[in-house]
Design a protein around this ligand. Structure first.
Ligand code: PEP
Length: 250
């Protein structure tokens, strides 16, 4: 039996009060979402709006980043306790845009995951290789290093409390997507790595696929045995496309 699917939208730095309102209200009104988990990771500044609009409905809200510090002189940063004030359910860590544009390391992704767990926010840990790394047959090695750094920070006992997302860097925002077989190969590998440490956690952990998922390619990706849903960037900004992708995951 498949694990309960999870589809998460990553709005990145997009949105406005009025555009968000239409999107959030559309999600709140949508039917056909009761058999899966759905969330949207919004820019920090729209958290209050997400909380107000999604309220106690079935769609959750999350963030795209968080500070590794608790409080103090960190101008421009947002702490995990601030996120908890807004009933945030999920936080992305290690997204490839954070890694490449803001030089975030494997270790930093791990520290952020640990901080989120400290306030019961589920980290969505993003891992994935660049095109060059894939060409050089380093995909598994890169992903192992990314995973190990996170596990070192959160501890084995918390393996069952995270969500993983395989996001090949070459597929994010490019229109290129991993074939269903390529996605399954890496998802299977990730699950095997987790199983070496904790068999129960490996059976339960959800591994999302992300990278140019669209209504026309989602179904075959979601059908793969180790793909437990998706992390959706561009297509999550369009209500119809996002809802279609969510429904294809059920
Ligand atoms: C992402 O931002 O995590 C992502 C997968 O983006 P896109 O769907 O646009 O490739």
């Amino acid at each position: 039996m498949k694990r309960k699917q999870l589809v998460v939208g990553n709005w990145k730095m997009n949105g406005s009060l009025s555009d968000n309102e239409a999107l959030l209200d559309g999600l709140t009104r949508a039917d056909g979402l009761s058999t899966l988990d759905v969330a949207v990771c919004v820019p920090y500044i729209y958290l209050a709006q997400a909380q107000e609009r999604l309220g106690s409905g079935s769609v959750s809200w999350g963030v795209q980043n968080v500070s590794e510090y608790d409080a103090g002189a960190y101008t421009g940063e947002i702490s995990v306790t601030m996120l908890a004030d807004f009933q945030v359910s999920y936080g992305l860590v290690g997204h490839s845009e954070r890694r490449s544009l803001y030089a975030e390391s494997n270790e930093l992704a791990g520290i952020k995951a640990r901080k989120l767990l400290g306030v019961d926010i589920t980290p969505i840990v993003c891992v994935g290789e660049t095109f060059e790394q894939r060409e050089a047959e380093q995909t598994f090695e890169i992903i192992s290093a990314q995973l190990e750094a996170v596990i070192e920070q959160i501890g084995l006992e918390n393996l069952g409390r995270i969500v993983l997302a395989y996001e090949p860097v070459w597929a994010i925002g490019t229109g290129l997507t991993a074939s269903p077989a390529q996605a399954q190969e890496v998802h299977g590998y990730i699950r095997e790595q987790v199983a070496l440490l904790d068999k129960v956690a490996a059976g339960a952990v959800r591994i999302l696929y992300g990278g140019s998922v669209k209504p026309d390619n989602a179904e075959k990706l979601f059908r793969q045995v180790d793909v437990d849903g998706g992390l959706i960037g561009g297509a999550s900004l369009n209500l119809i496309d996002f809802l279609t992708i969510c429904r294809l995951a059920t």
